[in-house]
Design a protein around this ligand. Structure first.
Ligand code: FMN
Length: 137
């Protein structure tokens, strides 16, 4: 099923970016046109975090849940990664029906989990936080 969903995501990316010229569009099209690219990196599990209601914090709460899920996965020796690529496909009627997501419920984020092939290299070039103001009483 995840292979089918990955193919659908790639199709939607091709459709969205085919006439767009920007570095991002170029990068996404390159991935979407690569037959061996799987948007879930062949992970065995996808958790779709959904929310319903009209709270101003729906997005924030869902992302907090996503972060907890990723930390818990890591603690159990699994790798995890948010796949924002998946959201447009998950919002489609076809996948809502397949995954039993009711109309009043929105898929907010999709997280893959699986056994990592290796440990990713730590990034060295992190941007420093920009402190807007700092006061001492
Ligand atoms: C909102 C969001 C969506 C993301 N979607 C994807 C995705 O579709 N595919 C992917 O490979 N990584 C995705 N990522 C992961 C990022 O590419 C990146 O690996 C992650 O944020 C860790 O950043 P770092 O490498 O700077 O530590 C997403 C991350 C966030 C926060």
């Amino acid at each position: 099923m995840l292979h089918r969903l990955s193919d659908r995501i790639k199709y939607l990316v091709r459709k969205e970016f085919q006439n767009v010229t920007s570095p991002r569009a170029e990068h996404e099209l390159e991935l979407a046109n690569e037959p061996s690219f799987n948007t879930f990196y062949n992970a065995g599990t996808l958790v779709v975090i959904c929310a319903k209601g009209d709270s101003a914090y729906l997005q924030a709460d869902s992302w907090l849940a996503a972060e907890n899920l990723m930390l818990a996965a890591w603690a159990k020796g699994l790798g995890a990664c948010p796949i924002g690529f998946a959201i447009p496909a998950l919002k489609s009627e076809e996948w809502r029906v397949e995954l039993n997501i009711p109309e009043d419920t929105a898929p907010i984020e999709a997280i893959i989990a699986g056994f990592p092939e290796g440990r990713p290299r730590q990034r060295t070039a992190r941007k420093s936080p920009k402190i807007l103001s700092w006061r001492r009483q």
